[in-house]
Design a protein around this ligand. Sequence first.
Ligand SMILES: *[C@@H]1O[C@H](CO)[C@@H](O)[C@H](O)[C@H]1NC(C)=O
Ligand SMILES: *[C@@H]1O[C@H](CO)[C@@H](O)[C@H](O)[C@H]1NC(C)=O
Length: 169
Amino acid sequence: CAPMVEEFSVIKSISHDNFVYNQLGNDIALLRLDRKVVFKDHIRPICLPLSPEVQKSTSFIGQSYISLRWKQTGKILEGTLNEENVTTEQCPVDAHQSFLCTTENTECHENSGGPLIRLGRYLRSTRQMMFGLASHGKGLCGKGQKAYYTNLSIFMPWILNTLAGFSTF
Ligand SMILES: *[C@@H]1O[C@H](CO)[C@@H](O)[C@H](O)[C@H]1NC(C)=O
Ligand SMILES: *[C@@H]1O[C@H](CO)[C@@H](O)[C@H](O)[C@H]1NC(C)=O
């Protein structure tokens, strides 16, 4: 019964200059859409970790988050939103330092670009914030797959500087 999906085109994509191929490090890009997104009940933005306090809160290993992924149920573009409670763990020693790591039940559904979220405080209010951006998994997909998320806190200066070069629609 949800309102219709809306489709947008990407008119520009800016990927991070220091992508590290062998470890998939600094795995992040910004996409500019072809027009302004009009927010409504089913289309909402999410907050990013802006303040240094909120950014530092991701240092704690064992912090809980919610991992969101689309689970395809039928035809392409038909799916349900899958939510899983996960906690961060120490990344493997050979991982690039730009990641937050978890273990998940991926059920073999592709999730790259998906969000790792939890509540955070900003300007005396509590909001849903996106702390991680799904990069890749290691090992067989399914139960207990190691998941690597780009630690967005590290990239806030890059995001803000890049956005500053563009006007709004
Ligand atoms: C994520 O990045 C923030 C900001 O650089 C840092 O304080 C935090 O320790 C990082 N988290 C992990 C788990 O490395
Ligand atoms: C995740 O944890 C919260 C708080 O403990 C709980 O309310 C929620 O039902 C859990 N969600 C799932 C999908 O297990």
